[in-house]
Design a protein around this ligand. Structure first.
Ligand code: PEP
Length: 249
Protein backbone atom coordinates (compact mmCIF):
# COMPACT_ATOMS: atom_id res chain seq x y z
CA UNK A 1 0.00 0.00 0.00
CA UNK A 2 1.41 3.37 -1.04
CA UNK A 3 1.20 6.46 1.10
CA UNK A 4 0.60 9.37 -1.23
CA UNK A 5 0.94 12.94 0.04
CA UNK A 6 -2.15 14.99 -0.51
CA UNK A 7 -1.92 17.72 -3.18
CA UNK A 8 -4.20 20.76 -3.24
CA UNK A 9 -3.88 22.83 -6.41
CA UNK A 10 -5.62 26.06 -7.36
CA UNK A 11 -6.50 26.97 -10.94
CA UNK A 12 -7.03 30.71 -11.26
CA UNK A 13 -8.10 30.34 -14.91
CA UNK A 14 -8.22 33.80 -16.60
CA UNK A 15 -8.70 35.49 -13.24
CA UNK A 16 -6.44 37.28 -10.84
CA UNK A 17 -4.24 40.29 -11.32
CA UNK A 18 -1.04 41.72 -9.89
CA UNK A 19 -3.13 42.84 -6.89
CA UNK A 20 -4.49 39.32 -6.39
CA UNK A 21 -0.94 38.06 -5.77
CA UNK A 22 -1.32 39.52 -2.27
CA UNK A 23 -3.42 36.40 -1.51
CA UNK A 24 -0.32 34.24 -1.90
CA UNK A 25 1.32 35.26 1.38
CA UNK A 26 -1.45 33.77 3.52
CA UNK A 27 -1.81 30.72 1.26
CA UNK A 28 1.95 30.10 1.46
CA UNK A 29 1.85 30.38 5.25
CA UNK A 30 -1.02 27.85 5.41
CA UNK A 31 0.92 25.55 3.09
CA UNK A 32 3.96 25.68 5.39
CA UNK A 33 1.77 24.76 8.37
CA UNK A 34 0.16 21.87 6.49
CA UNK A 35 3.41 19.95 6.40
CA UNK A 36 1.91 16.75 4.98
CA UNK A 37 0.24 18.49 2.04
CA UNK A 38 1.68 19.81 -1.22
CA UNK A 39 0.06 23.06 -2.35
CA UNK A 40 0.15 24.72 -5.76
CA UNK A 41 -1.38 27.74 -7.49
CA UNK A 42 -1.67 28.05 -11.26
CA UNK A 43 -2.21 31.72 -12.13
CA UNK A 44 -2.40 33.14 -15.68
CA UNK A 45 0.95 32.94 -17.53
CA UNK A 46 1.77 36.62 -17.10
CA UNK A 47 1.62 36.37 -13.31
CA UNK A 48 3.91 33.33 -12.98
CA UNK A 49 7.25 35.20 -12.70
CA UNK A 50 5.65 37.61 -10.23
CA UNK A 51 4.11 34.79 -8.20
CA UNK A 52 7.27 32.67 -7.91
CA UNK A 53 9.17 34.99 -5.51
CA UNK A 54 6.06 35.14 -3.28
CA UNK A 55 5.45 31.40 -3.32
CA UNK A 56 7.15 30.38 -0.07
CA UNK A 57 5.89 26.87 0.60
CA UNK A 58 3.82 26.65 -2.58
CA UNK A 59 4.55 25.55 -6.12
CA UNK A 60 3.52 27.84 -8.96
CA UNK A 61 2.29 26.34 -12.21
CA UNK A 62 0.86 27.04 -15.64
CA UNK A 63 -2.62 26.17 -16.91
CA UNK A 64 -1.58 24.82 -20.32
CA UNK A 65 1.49 24.34 -22.50
CA UNK A 66 2.21 23.65 -26.17
CA UNK A 67 3.41 20.22 -27.21
CA UNK A 68 6.42 21.67 -29.07
CA UNK A 69 9.47 23.15 -27.40
CA UNK A 70 9.53 26.19 -29.71
CA UNK A 71 8.36 27.36 -33.11
CA UNK A 72 5.76 29.31 -35.03
CA UNK A 73 2.87 28.98 -32.58
CA UNK A 74 1.64 32.49 -31.95
CA UNK A 75 0.17 32.98 -28.51
CA UNK A 76 1.29 29.61 -27.15
CA UNK A 77 3.75 28.85 -24.35
CA UNK A 78 6.06 25.83 -24.19
CA UNK A 79 6.73 23.70 -21.14
CA UNK A 80 10.35 24.87 -21.24
CA UNK A 81 9.30 28.53 -21.12
CA UNK A 82 7.06 27.76 -18.14
CA UNK A 83 9.93 26.03 -16.35
CA UNK A 84 12.22 28.95 -17.15
CA UNK A 85 9.63 31.33 -15.66
CA UNK A 86 9.82 29.34 -12.42
CA UNK A 87 6.78 27.06 -12.83
CA UNK A 88 7.13 23.64 -11.28
CA UNK A 89 3.92 22.21 -12.68
CA UNK A 90 1.35 22.58 -15.42
CA UNK A 91 -2.29 21.61 -15.92
CA UNK A 92 -3.07 19.93 -19.26
CA UNK A 93 -6.36 18.76 -20.76
CA UNK A 94 -8.62 20.94 -18.62
CA UNK A 95 -12.20 20.59 -19.89
CA UNK A 96 -12.28 24.32 -20.71
CA UNK A 97 -9.27 23.84 -23.01
CA UNK A 98 -10.83 20.71 -24.52
CA UNK A 99 -14.11 22.62 -25.15
CA UNK A 100 -12.81 26.10 -26.07
CA UNK A 101 -9.78 25.01 -28.10
CA UNK A 102 -10.93 21.64 -29.43
CA UNK A 103 -8.12 19.78 -27.66
CA UNK A 104 -8.34 16.06 -28.38
CA UNK A 105 -7.00 13.27 -26.20
CA UNK A 106 -4.08 12.99 -28.65
CA UNK A 107 -3.27 16.68 -28.26
CA UNK A 108 -3.47 16.40 -24.48
CA UNK A 109 -1.14 13.42 -24.54
CA UNK A 110 1.41 15.35 -26.60
CA UNK A 111 1.23 18.28 -24.17
CA UNK A 112 1.64 15.96 -21.19
CA UNK A 113 4.67 14.32 -22.82
CA UNK A 114 6.24 17.73 -23.41
CA UNK A 115 5.53 18.85 -19.86
CA UNK A 116 6.96 15.69 -18.30
CA UNK A 117 10.03 15.90 -20.54
CA UNK A 118 10.58 19.48 -19.35
CA UNK A 119 10.58 18.23 -15.75
CA UNK A 120 7.23 19.75 -14.82
CA UNK A 121 4.80 17.98 -12.55
CA UNK A 122 1.83 17.46 -14.87
CA UNK A 123 -1.81 17.55 -13.77
CA UNK A 124 -3.79 15.86 -16.53
CA UNK A 125 -7.55 16.44 -16.36
CA UNK A 126 -10.26 13.99 -17.35
CA UNK A 127 -14.01 14.00 -16.72
CA UNK A 128 -17.39 13.25 -18.20
CA UNK A 129 -20.16 15.63 -19.25
CA UNK A 130 -23.55 15.39 -17.60
CA UNK A 131 -25.26 13.50 -20.46
CA UNK A 132 -22.61 10.79 -20.23
CA UNK A 133 -23.22 10.38 -16.50
CA UNK A 134 -27.01 10.29 -16.93
CA UNK A 135 -26.61 7.63 -19.63
CA UNK A 136 -24.37 5.58 -17.30
CA UNK A 137 -21.30 5.88 -19.53
CA UNK A 138 -19.23 8.11 -17.22
CA UNK A 139 -16.65 5.54 -16.12
CA UNK A 140 -16.19 4.26 -19.66
CA UNK A 141 -15.70 7.84 -20.92
CA UNK A 142 -13.07 8.70 -18.33
CA UNK A 143 -11.19 5.42 -18.89
CA UNK A 144 -11.18 6.16 -22.64
CA UNK A 145 -9.73 9.63 -21.99
CA UNK A 146 -7.10 8.13 -19.69
CA UNK A 147 -6.08 5.47 -22.18
CA UNK A 148 -5.69 8.01 -24.99
CA UNK A 149 -4.32 11.05 -23.16
CA UNK A 150 -1.97 9.65 -20.52
CA UNK A 151 1.57 9.20 -21.87
CA UNK A 152 4.17 6.72 -20.67
CA UNK A 153 5.51 7.71 -17.27
CA UNK A 154 8.92 9.37 -17.08
CA UNK A 155 11.27 9.56 -14.18
CA UNK A 156 12.11 13.29 -14.46
CA UNK A 157 8.67 14.52 -13.44
CA UNK A 158 5.50 13.39 -11.85
CA UNK A 159 2.14 12.74 -13.40
CA UNK A 160 -1.03 13.62 -11.46
CA UNK A 161 -4.54 12.87 -12.70
CA UNK A 162 -7.40 15.26 -11.90
CA UNK A 163 -10.88 13.76 -12.16
CA UNK A 164 -13.09 16.74 -12.92
CA UNK A 165 -16.70 15.97 -13.84
CA UNK A 166 -17.49 18.72 -16.33
CA UNK A 167 -20.99 19.24 -14.87
CA UNK A 168 -19.42 20.08 -11.51
CA UNK A 169 -16.91 22.69 -12.73
CA UNK A 170 -17.94 26.19 -11.75
CA UNK A 171 -21.54 25.11 -11.12
CA UNK A 172 -21.59 24.73 -7.35
CA UNK A 173 -22.58 21.07 -7.86
CA UNK A 174 -20.13 18.48 -6.60
CA UNK A 175 -19.73 14.76 -7.07
CA UNK A 176 -20.85 12.89 -3.97
CA UNK A 177 -18.18 10.96 -2.08
CA UNK A 178 -19.74 7.78 -3.54
CA UNK A 179 -19.49 9.15 -7.10
CA UNK A 180 -15.87 10.10 -6.46
CA UNK A 181 -15.11 6.71 -4.89
CA UNK A 182 -16.45 4.85 -7.94
CA UNK A 183 -14.46 6.97 -10.40
CA UNK A 184 -11.21 7.24 -8.46
CA UNK A 185 -11.15 3.46 -7.90
CA UNK A 186 -11.68 2.90 -11.64
CA UNK A 187 -8.89 5.35 -12.48
CA UNK A 188 -6.55 3.68 -9.98
CA UNK A 189 -7.28 0.24 -11.48
CA UNK A 190 -6.54 1.53 -14.97
CA UNK A 191 -3.28 3.15 -13.84
CA UNK A 192 -2.02 0.06 -12.02
CA UNK A 193 -3.03 -2.24 -14.86
CA UNK A 194 -1.00 -0.09 -17.25
CA UNK A 195 1.94 1.01 -15.10
CA UNK A 196 2.08 -1.58 -12.31
CA UNK A 197 3.53 -0.27 -9.07
CA UNK A 198 4.22 3.17 -10.59
CA UNK A 199 0.48 3.50 -11.22
CA UNK A 200 -0.15 3.16 -7.50
CA UNK A 201 2.06 6.19 -6.87
CA UNK A 202 0.19 8.54 -9.24
CA UNK A 203 -1.94 11.01 -7.29
CA UNK A 204 -5.58 11.36 -8.33
CA UNK A 205 -7.21 14.71 -7.47
CA UNK A 206 -10.90 15.54 -7.40
CA UNK A 207 -11.97 18.81 -9.03
CA UNK A 208 -15.37 20.41 -9.55
CA UNK A 209 -16.75 22.98 -7.09
CA UNK A 210 -14.45 21.69 -4.38
CA UNK A 211 -14.74 24.05 -1.40
CA UNK A 212 -14.38 24.43 2.35
CA UNK A 213 -17.67 22.63 2.95
CA UNK A 214 -17.20 19.52 0.85
CA UNK A 215 -13.40 19.03 0.80
CA UNK A 216 -13.10 17.00 3.98
CA UNK A 217 -15.69 14.38 2.92
CA UNK A 218 -14.16 14.09 -0.54
CA UNK A 219 -10.58 13.83 0.74
CA UNK A 220 -11.63 11.00 3.07
CA UNK A 221 -12.48 8.82 0.06
CA UNK A 222 -9.84 6.19 -0.76
CA UNK A 223 -7.84 7.20 -3.85
CA UNK A 224 -8.84 10.87 -3.58
CA UNK A 225 -5.36 12.28 -3.08
CA UNK A 226 -6.36 15.93 -2.87
CA UNK A 227 -8.17 18.48 -4.96
CA UNK A 228 -8.00 20.88 -7.89
CA UNK A 229 -10.02 23.99 -7.09
CA UNK A 230 -10.98 26.82 -9.41
CA UNK A 231 -13.25 29.45 -7.86
CA UNK A 232 -12.30 28.49 -4.33
CA UNK A 233 -8.61 29.09 -5.01
CA UNK A 234 -8.94 32.79 -5.83
CA UNK A 235 -8.80 34.02 -2.26
CA UNK A 236 -6.84 32.87 0.75
CA UNK A 237 -10.05 32.78 2.81
CA UNK A 238 -11.66 30.26 0.48
CA UNK A 239 -8.55 28.20 -0.34
CA UNK A 240 -6.93 27.78 3.07
CA UNK A 241 -9.78 25.66 4.54
CA UNK A 242 -9.30 23.23 1.63
CA UNK A 243 -5.58 22.96 2.45
CA UNK A 244 -6.49 22.41 6.10
CA UNK A 245 -9.06 19.74 5.20
CA UNK A 246 -6.34 17.90 3.26
CA UNK A 247 -4.00 18.14 6.25
CA UNK A 248 -6.65 16.54 8.51
CA UNK A 249 -7.48 13.70 6.13
C1 PEP B 1 -11.28 23.84 -12.23
O1 PEP B 1 -11.27 24.82 -12.95
O2 PEP B 1 -10.42 22.97 -12.38
C2 PEP B 1 -12.33 23.72 -11.22
C3 PEP B 1 -12.42 22.61 -10.55
O3 PEP B 1 -13.14 24.82 -11.06
P1 PEP B 1 -14.22 25.04 -9.87
O4 PEP B 1 -13.55 24.62 -8.58
O5 PEP B 1 -14.52 26.50 -9.91
O6 PEP B 1 -15.39 24.17 -10.17
Amino acid sequence: MHVRRKLVAGNWKMNGSRAALAELAAIAAAAREASGVDVAICPPFTLIPLAVPRAGGLSIGGQDCHAEASGAHTGDVSAQLLAEAGARLVIVGHSERRADHGETDGAVRAKAEAALAAGLQTILCVGEVEEERIAGGHVEKVLFQLEHSVPELRREAELVIAYEPVWAIGTGRTATPDDAAEMHAAIRRALTERFGDAGARVRILYGGSCNAKNAEALFAVPDVDGGLAGGASLTADAFIPIIQAAARS
